[in-house]
Ligand binder design. Structure first.
Ligand code: ADP
Ligand code: MG
Length: 629
């Protein structure tokens, strides 16, 4: 006897519901998408008990006539695509015709809808997938959908719902995504009847973002100018260096207006932020990516949260470049303080602002790979150091004048003759337009924080972080020019790799050799390594090489040759930079400041911690009660 049976429709819908609407936030996503697809300019979202008791969406979109209202509850009934060709280039949010029947099959559902021209509309009630009533509807033009008692008839799914506050947090996050992606649409969110957000139609995205996150964060965002690279346009707003979060809720990216997550975008962001992001942290981004809908597939995830790009590397690179450019262009000093009076009371979701205070910390011990300070420079450094160690009074004149050479660290490393070329020549200190001129050094706090008077208030510089940045960029420049000296191994190492890694290595032999690694193919998926960087200090060179390969594979094709080895440089910079407790003289401090502002990315150290933070006059006035908070 045949065992295969076609599922009854109601059961099939419940099964589909498990995938499409896994939790209240997903119901909100689907229903708001429908409202937007229907051209609504105003969408209200109401939830009770995290959406488990009630989700109600009210829109002023086109509405449906009676026939469509009945049809939309059938599986695979959609007005949005007709042919296979349409599927390849989807421009609406919905396209599967699955959401409404799925939601209606697992809830007590009410649909009320009315078109502009119609004398009366239609109201339909459905209980766990069964139509219980159809009648005329005399309400406003548009559509109202109520979803009560979600999963009341599917106990297995109901069990998986989390605490109401958690479900609500997800609903709110979903609401924000919609609100940011559709800034011209007015949105309202209520929770237990209380208005959480009331967002009038905005004229631009930043206005909408401010409405959601408050002015404080809004003020600190850096614009990413709209630019197209190989058919991919990237624009939006991002947090600056040192501005990061522990959770990824604020790493928000849109693809053609649809909130999306994708490894290509994720890695593009990491690469773009690079040293401006602390390890293990997520950036704050509101980034819009636009491209030909034929160039990706959105139909890979039931929740439509993921996209598959035909050319993921191009996306990654476009994102990385856009972010990097925005960051290097930006000249904003991170605010060191967060006002107690947060502007938007609704901005309380699980997104703790962590503009991490600068804190001196030793590099992790495993980060002992190093680059040398060239011998001749070490000598020069010591010389400078000895000359300037004089402790000058710290209340120096407002415009500190020249110093022959920039600040250098006291280096205790043995001299090395192996590093062939000098670092880039020291910058002249008195560059007329150096931003350092905008600061007056007041003194040093705790032999670490350099206190300065800036244009907008008190500015603190972390001397270690600042010097790390300076050293990092110099070492990197010299490495890019001259490469790292390497040492032949007595017994070459054999490196077993996967086919993918073999391909990666093969394509990067040249940059690797600049990094001091001489490798050659030695049979299928085997490489012979004859030489390693002279200054590599490790007991396990194979493990180190594997780390390098990992680093390689995390980088996109274009940037790999430049970026490779930066971790090594960063940890070297960290080891050799002036430390907390190193007493610097006033001219040294001045020179450090000047050097820092000649850097490409002066506002953070190579590990993403800030080098400067500011406490503005406004902030001080509030603190001293001179101004209402
Ligand atoms: P999809 O969005 O994939 O087409 P849905 O099940 O979400 O599938 O919706 C089915 C159809 O119902 C839509 O194609 C649309 O024609 C209609 N519809 C759903 N919601 C609304 C709404 N708020 N306003 C007008 N029409 C709607
Ligand atoms: Mg839909």
């Amino acid at each position: 006897m045949a065992k295969i049976r076609i599922l009854p429709d109601a059961l099939a819908s419940q099964v589909a519901a498990g995938e499409v609407v896994e939790r209240p936030a997903a119901v909100v996503r689907e229903l708001v998408e429908n409202s937007l697809d229907a051209g609504a300019t105003h969408v209200e979202v109401h939830v009770q008990r995290g959406g488990t008791a009630l989700i109600k969406i009210v829109d002023n979109g086109t509405g449906m006539d009676r026939e469509d209202a009945m049809l939309c509850l059938e599986r695979h009934a959609t007005s949005k695509i007709r042919t296979k060709e349409d599927l390849a280039a989807i421009s609406t949010f919905g396209f599967r015709g699955e959401a409404l029947p799925s939601i209606a099959s697992v809830s007590r559902f009410r649909l009320a809808t009315r078109q502009a021209a119609a004398l009366s509309g239609t109201e339909i009630e459905i209980n766990g997938g069964k139509i219980s009533d159809v009648r005329d509807y005399g309400g406003a033009i548009g559509t109202v959908i109520e979803v009560r008692s979600l999963f009341f008839n599917v106990p297995a799914r109901r069990k998986f719902l989390r605490a109401e506050t958690t479900e609500y947090a997800h609903v709110e996050q979903q609401f924000r995504l919609h609100a940011i992606a559709n800034s011209q649409t007015a949105f309202t969110l209520t929770r237990e009847g209380q208005v959480m957000y009331h967002l009038p139609a905005a004229t631009n995205v930043l206005e909408r973002i401010r409405g959601l996150v408050g002015d404080e964060l809004g003020d600190r965002l850096i614009p990413v100018e709209r630019e197209e690279r190989r058919g991919i346009t990237v624009h939006g707003f991002i947090g600056g260096p040192g501005q990061s979060r522990t959770g990824k809720q604020t790493q928000i990216t849109f693809l053609n207006g649809r909130p999306i997550e994708s490894p290509s975008i994720h890695y593009g962001l990491r690469e773009g932020y690079h040293t401006a992001l602390m390890k293990g942290q997520y950036p704050v981004t509101f980034l819009f990516i636009e491209m030909d809908p034929h160039a990706f597939d959105i139909n890979v995830h039931p929740a439509k949260k993921e996209a598959r790009f035909h050319d993921g590397n191009a996306v990654r690179e476009a994102v990385a470049l856009a972010v990097n450019q925005a960051l290097t262009r930006s000249t904003r000093i991170p605010e060191g303080h967060r006002t107690a009076a947060s502007p938007s009371p609704a901005f309380s979701l699980p997104l703790p602002v962590t503009v991490t205070p600068p804190r001196y910390s030793r590099p992790p011990d495993h980060a002992q790979t190093l680059l040398p300070i060239p011998a001749h420079e070490q000598r020069a450094l010591r010389h400078d150091w000895a000359d300037e160690k004089s402790t000058e009074p710290l209340h120096a004149p407002a415009r500190q004048s020249t110093l022959p050479s920039p600040i250098h660290p006291p280096v205790s490393q043995p001299e090395s003759k192996d590093f062939p070329t000098p670092l880039s020549p020291p910058q002249p200190v008195e560059t007329p337009k150096n931003k350092a001129d905008n600061f007056r050094i007041i003194g040093v706090l705790n032999t670490l924080y350099v206190l300065m008077e800036g244009e907008d208030g008190l500015v603190l510089m972390d001397q270690h972080a600042a010097h790390e940045r300076v050293m990092f960029e110099r070492l990197r420049a010299s490495l890019e020019q001259d490469g790292v000296p390497s040492q032949r191994l007595l017994i070459p190492l054999t490196l077993q790799v996967t086919p993918r890694e073999a391909d990666l290595l093969q394509r990067n032999l040249e940059p690797l050799s600049r990094l001091g690694i001489e490798a050659q193919p030695f049979g299928p998926n085997v490489f012979k390594v004859d030489a390693l960087p002279t200054f590599l200090k490790t007991d396990d060179p194979l493990d180190w090489l594997n780390q390098v390969i990992e680093e390689l594979s995390a980088l996109s094709a274009k940037s790999s040759s430049l970026r490779l080895g930066e971790d090594m440089i960063a940890s070297t910079a960290c080891r050799h930079a002036v430390k907390a407790n190193d007493v610097l003289s006033m001219p040294e401090l001045r020179a450090l400041l000047v050097d820092m502002f000649t850097c490409e990315m002066p506002y953070c150290c190579p590990h993403g911690r800030p080098t400067l933070i500011q406490i503005s006059y406004a902030e001080l006035e509030k603190k001293f009660g001179r101004r209402a908070p």
